[in-house]
Ligand binder design. Structure first.
Ligand SMILES: [Zn+2]
Length: 225
């Protein structure tokens, strides 16, 4: 998996060139993060003892998902006569596309671009990262979430927005950094298996959902360039 916080950072970086349309940029950031919510399904299937590995980077990482999202939000915008929904849908589509491209380029895995038609595209076939690198990549999720939270705080200081959230988001950033140190040390010493890895997975999912919630709550900060 590539670190979700890095996807979020890339989404926020899109501020530089995204047109100023209401809800567009928040869509780009959410769309950059959302595809990894498929790990919720992976967790569920793992708990029910199915073949979970076959799921990640499939149904949320497909070009067809982008088309479905664009169509759904276009419909909602028509029905509600509110163009903002369409902006949000376009933003989500751009975000998911950025996510897919970054996943393809980085971190040693393939993506099923045309799911459900199959045919994984993998620039990294035949390369298996060494165990220590996998530990750093896994636990680096926490590090990247922490950095994303710090970026949101610095933007909110700059624009004087969402000031009331700065304290709690900063604390969360510190929690993420602590989790990175704890789990990286633990996994490097004892290997990433068993109950600690399950706990890691649960904390990762909680962090991902927390990051999505904070993104929505701080949308004023993100939408101000
Ligand atoms: Zn992904």
């Amino acid at each position: 998996m590539s670190q979700n916080g890095i996807h979020a950072l890339v989404g926020v970086a899109a501020r530089k060139w995204a047109p100023q349309k209401e809800w567009l940029l928040i869509g780009v950031v959410l769309g950059s993060m959302a595809p990894d919510l498929d790990n919720l399904a992976v967790a569920y299937v793992t708990l029910t003892k199915g073949d979970a590995h076959a799921l990640h980077r499939t149904f949320t990482h497909s070009f067809f998902t982008i088309l479905a999202v664009l169509a759904a939000f276009y419909l909602i915008a028509m029905l509600t006569k509110n163009q903002k929904w369409n902006n949000l849908g376009i933003g989500l589509g751009i975000g998911i596309l950025l996510h897919i491209l970054l996943d393809l380029a980085l971190w040693f895995n393939g993506v099923e671009l045309l799911w459900p038609l199959g045919g994984e595209l993998n620039f990294w076939a035949g390369f298996t990262p060494p165990a220590w690198l996998s530990v750093i990549l896994d636990t680096g999720e926490f590090l990247a979430f922490g950095l994303y939270f710090l970026l949101l705080i610095s933007l909110s200081r700059k624009h004087n927005t969402d000031s009331e959230r700065q304290g709690s988001v900063k604390n969360l950033a510190y929690v993420e950094f602590a989790l990175f140190v704890i789990f990286a040390t633990l996994f490097l010493a004892k290997g990433s298996t068993g109950l600690p890895y399950t706990i890691y997975g649960a904390l990762y999912l909680i962090s991902l959902i927390t990051a999505l919630v904070i993104t929505v709550k701080m949308k004023k900060t993100i939408e101000l360039v």
